[in-house]
Write a protein that binds this ligand. Structure first.
Ligand code: GLC
Ligand code: CA
Length: 558
């Protein structure tokens, strides 16, 4: 269907560094991370061996969802800089061969966006139909839908005597994508940034943009009730194709966020020349220690993790492309979740080995590369996220006290990933000379970039090695994946095969020594050891080896 003119297949060979700007680095002393800070650290970012930066939203926003509520799509939030500074950053990034990917959030705008302000004025206002306004039913909202972030999904407007839909927070009214004018606006926004020279988009909850036109009641669950009526709505493909037409005009790529989409469904969007996305952010592997959502936490299950990763590797192989990630701004820190804080360095390196030698494009979230951990917030008042507070209310309804909820939030809140990056052991972890906008993890004296930089065996230096090995060996980009010892609860072992090469990746999830026997057809040999997470390596004896706590070994035969 698309007449592809530009070969954008470079997206397969890059690695991406994800920046959540507010907590990255403050360059002007006001306590808030900004683009000055990013400019200062561009060489550091490049030194990791990544090839691109993805910015979580840096547009003007009243911050009811920290930037994911955009009030002006064609500008930069004054907290972070301005368009001139952004253009400078883009130039500097490109000079270093770093691509720049922007977050495109078009399922909803901010309620402070001009379009929404206009849309509330009257029913004949040209912007009224930019949003989903409905009359109430039986003295209440149009249906029983609940927002994912904040109470009911409908907000009443007295002046219009109508309700508007917000699948997320109240301050995030959903756009009416059925209105062709809205779709033109989206394309216009895309062109604005692409013409400026950005290299692609991460499309936020993009598979939610088409709603069931009948707006039927949803299945009654305590949060996100009604989601089944918009998680992949009737006109979704039509709209995505329209947006893709724009993408096809440029040398760029799209990574889509699509919650509640499994590997099989991902193929609908990401396979072949007619794909509407180049890859998708999967959620399955983020549920190895919870049910559906981080907040409903369970003990970590390695088998669940392996099943999820294996599914995406095998189902997409040869047909579509994976996005590989362990952290982003929506989840707690990975070492605290799937690793072991007591074995921070060991488990941090092992988890990276496990994730980034599979076929796909690696995404690394700020602070992940230096092994940052979950924070220990001492009071609920320290939190700043609408989701944390919404969950607090829901838990309260089920009789959970605030004291208990604090423990839950400390373990499961996405705010754990949003504390400022720890650059050094000086004041405010080197994040700011001013008053930091958010709590800094008190462990910064021990865990910081400068310390990691100095230690040749640090997590940071291991990430560099790992990304280099990946870059130099196509087997870790295009290889065919196969899992071994599926039933093991302690070891994740998989092979990759590419042309005549083969590799074996062995990861221990155990906090004690454990024996490992190579699978059939593999003879472990130190000469073939291309990566190891412990400083010293013991000689491999035949097929057996003892793995130390959270050790990972990678053998390559070529
Ligand atoms: C996505 C973003 C998340 C945001 C939500 C609503 O899931 O990653 O941070 O809160 O969309 O825009
Ligand atoms: Ca600042």
């Amino acid at each position: 269907m698309f007449k592809r003119k530009i070969d954008n297949s470079w997206y397969k060979e890059i690695s991406v560094y994800h920046i959540w700007c507010r907590s990255f680095k403050d360059g002007n002393g006001d306590g808030i991370g900004d683009l000055y800070g990013v400019l200062e650290e561009l060489d550091y970012i490049k030194s990791l061996g990544v090839d691109a930066i993805w910015f979580s939203p840096i547009y003007p926003s009243p911050n009811c969802d920290w930037g994911y509520d955009i009030s002006d799509y064609k500008n930069i939030h004054p907290d972070y800089g301005d368009l001139k500074l952004f253009k400078k950053l883009l130039k500097e990034a490109h000079k270093r061969d770093l691509k720049v990917i922007m977050d495109l959030v078009v399922n909803h705008t901010s309620s402070e966006h001009e379009w929404f302000k206009e849309s509330q004025k009257s029913e004949d206002n040209p912007y009224h139909d930019y949003y989903i306004w409905k009359k109430g039913k039986n003295g209440g909202p149009p249906n029983n839908w609940l927002s994912i972030f904040e109470g009911g999904a409908w907000e009443y407007n007295e002046h219009l005597d109508k309700y508007y839909l917000h699948a997320f927070a109240k301050g995030q009214p959903d756009l009416n994508m059925d209105n062709p004018k809205v779709r033109e606006e989206v394309k216009d926004i895309m062109r604005f940034w692409l013409d400026m020279g950005v290299d692609g988009f991460r499309e936020d909850v993009i598979t939610f943009i088409s709603k069931d036109p009948d707006f039927p009641n949803g299945f009654p669950i305590p949060v996100a009730c009604g989601i089944e009526h918009y998680k992949s709505g009737p006109n979704l493909m039509k709209y995505l194709r329209e947006f893709r037409e724009v993408i096809e005009e440029y040398d760029c790529f799209v990574v889509a966020e699509s919650p509640l989409t499994g590997a099989k469904d991902a193929l609908k969007y990401t396979s072949g020349k007619d794909r509407v996305f180049d890859m998708m952010i999967s959620f399955d592997h983020m549920q190895a220690n919870c049910f559906m959502h981080d907040t409903l936490y369970l003990p970590f299950s390695l088998r669940k993790l392996k099943r999820a990763l294996s599914k995406w590797q095998t189902k997409l192989y040869g047909k579509a492309w994976n996005a590989l990630y362990l952290e982003n701004h929506d989840h707690p820190r990975i070492i605290s979740r799937y690793g072991n804080e007591k074995f921070r360095t060991e488990s941090g390196k092992m988890l990276a080995t496990m994730a980034y030698l599979q076929s796909g494009t690696p995404y690394i979230y700020q602070g992940q590369e230096i092994g940052m951990l979950n924070n220990k917030f001492s009071d609920l008042s320290e939190f700043k996220d609408v989701v944390t507070f919404n969950n607090q209310k829901i838990f309260k309804k089920f009789g959970v006290s605030d004291k208990t909820y604090l423990k839950i939030a400390n373990r499961t809140s996405r705010e754990n990933a949003r504390t400022p990056v720890q650059w050094n052991d000086k004041k405010n972890a080197g994040f700011t000379t001013g008053k930091p906008w958010f709590s800094i993890n008190p462990n910064y004296k021990d865990i910081n970039r400068d310390k990691e930089e100095k230690d040749p065996n640090s997590i940071l230096n291991y990430y560099r090695k790992l990304l280099k090995v990946r870059k130099e060996n196509k087997i870790f980009i295009y290889g065919k994946y196969k899992e071994h010892y599926k039933r093991s609860k302690d070891i994740y072992c998989y092979e990759m095969r590419y042309k005549k090469q083969k590799a074996l990746i062995i990861c221990s999830f155990k906090d004690k020594n454990i024996k490992f026997k190579a699978p059939k057809g593999f003879k472990l040999n130190n000469k073939k050891l291309i990566l190891h997470t412990y400083e010293d390596v013991r000689k491999t004896k035949g097929k057996e080896i003892t793995l130390r706590p959270y050790e990972a070994l990678v053998y390559l035969w070529k």
